[in-house]
Write a protein that binds this ligand. Sequence first.
Ligand code: DQA
Length: 143
Amino acid sequence: DELLLMNGPNLGILGKREVEVYGTSTLADIEALVAAEVAGRGWRVTSVQHDCEGELIRTLQDSYDTVGAIINPGALMIAGWSLRDALANYPRPWIEVHLSNVWAREQFRHESVLAPLATGVIVGLGADGYRLAAQALLHQIPA
Ligand code: DQA
């Protein structure tokens, strides 16, 4: 079984991106965190990061047979309407994660066009949010 870990624009440079906002964990660190969390269930993690919305959409279209997904859409949360349409057709539970507390930040980050489709949303807990999302999916998805 495969769990999709999908990160959007500007998240490939985690660890050296505004570390005061996003922390020092790299995407590789986060992948390891998630993989360790779900290993007990026998799930493997497929990690994908793209800066372009179209590539994220294509990934989703190719991932209907995954068990579920953890998705940090980055700024596409704000107006990623095509990504939203792709998520509407993703048949599995998925959790939206944001490292930073978007509501403690600029007004333009306060609304996600994707979140209404998510099973749940985790914000502001840094890299730990991904681990918690993995744990939540273990609970959401029957063994
Ligand atoms: C983010 C929050 C977004 O507002 C921002 O555009 C990002 C990262 C987060 O993880 O905190 O790229 O998704």
